[in-house]
Write a protein that binds this ligand. Structure first.
Ligand code: NAI
Length: 332
């Protein structure tokens, strides 16, 4: 049995986590969950936002599945997600966006995977506020090592998965230092993968291209802020945040997570869509080399998604979170 850390999160987190646990149990996936939580609810219970027991569990298991955690806006503690990514150097944020039969969208045949640098850039945490002059500086620190790691991760993925093309997204025309460093590293590393087509595009043009012809993109690699925004844009192309997976991967640890938030507006109602967390959990199974289990659960999910009435309200159905999970289980 493989042991995995499970972070249910808050808001709708515990509800969608229960659904995923039920599906994994019905599919006899050979893993056990070690449950640890983080965030405000954990702070209220044990006095720590990221408890030492969670850190110990992550260090031991090296693989985790995580639900959403509420972050206060403009005040309060720093995002738990950002802290975990920086604490364990989870430098690759991997976000697949694929059209699904049954989920109506404006586009067909979207099948991209975005690699977002996850630890530096504008999210380095280097912020200064001059109270007297009322000037705020947020420093975007980009390092050669950081660029090399994310660009290599994107090319390695493309090479292993038989993908044709890697596109770098940047703003090197204006960001003459940070943007240029990222682009130069991309061009250097691309030479090591001659069978993969490599090109680059400026972020503003990329936004336009993605909403006009998203199916022409394959693997995409970019810095932190651009990746944060583009990955949600790509999610919107294939059905929204409720249906896309995400992973934070470093050299020694991987945390798979639902990319949507804690959805306080529907928390506790039992109507949240568990698809995003389930798809992240399926990515986790691939990471753990449990391909047969991953394929079996994915097939059951896809077979359920084509019947709207078997799905949750956001997908046009009437099922509760657990009814949706039971419908998937029935197709395993
Ligand atoms: P949100 O993703 O929680 O909600 C946006 C809208 O999408 C809401 O109407 C919500 O009901 C709906 N929605 C989200 N997930 C859904 C699901 N699985 N099924 C059905 N509907 C779903 O974004 P919002 O409201 O901006 O953020 C709420 C909180 O979540 C904030 O504190 C934010 O910081 C946090 N957050 C946490 C993330 C994480 O832990 N990875 C990621 C994004 C936000």
């Amino acid at each position: 049995m493989i042991q995995v850390t499970l972070i249910p999160g808050d808001g709708i987190g515990p509800e969608i986590t229960e659904a995923v646990k039920a599906i994994f149990s019905a599919a006899n996936v050979p893993l056990t969950w070690e449950e640890e939580n983080a965030g405000q609810t954990t702070f209220d219970a044990v006095g720590e936002l990221i408890p030492s027991t969670l850190i110990a569990s992550l260090k031991k298991n090296k693989v985790a599945l995580k639900g959403p955690i509420t972050t206060p806006v403009g005040k309060g503690f720093k995002s738990i997600n950002v802290q975990l990514r920086q604490m364990f150097d989870l430098y690759s944020n991997v976000r697949p966006a694929k059209t699904t039969k049954g989920i109506e969208t404006r586009f067909e045949n979207v099948n991209s995977v975005l690699f977002r640098e996850n630890t530096e850039g504008l999210y380095s945490g280097l912020e200064i506020f001059d109270e007297r002059l009322q000037i705020a500086d947020s420093i975007s620190r980009v390092t050669r090592v950081g660029c090399e790691k994310i660009v290599r991760a994107a090319f390695e993925f493309a090479s292993k998965q038989g993908r044709q093309r890697v596109t770098a997204v940047h703003k090197a025309n204006i960001l003459k230092q940070a943007g240029a460093l990222f682009l130069n590293v991309f061009r250097e590393i691309a030479k090591e993968y001659p069978s993969i087509q490599a090109d680059d595009i400026i972020i503003d043009n990329m936004c336009m291209q993605l909403v006009v012809k998203p199916e022409k993109f394959d693997v995409i690699v970019t810095t932190n802020l651009f990746g944060d925004i583009l990955s949600d844009l790509c999610a919107g192309l294939v059905g929204g945040l409720g249906v896309v997976a995400g992973a934070n991967i470093g050299d020694n640890m991987a945390i798979f997570e639902a990319v949507h938030g804690s959805a306080p507006d529907i928390a506790g109602k039992g109507i949240a869509n568990p698809t995003a967390l389930l798809r992240s959990a399926i990515m986790m199974l691939h990471h753990l080399d449990l391909k047969a289990e991953a394929d079996r659960i994915e097939a059951a999910l896809e077979a359920t998604l084509v019947n709207k009435e078997e799905c949750t309200g956001d997908l046009g159905g009437k099922a509760s979170t657990m009814e949706f999970a039971q419908n998937i289980i029935a197709k395993l």
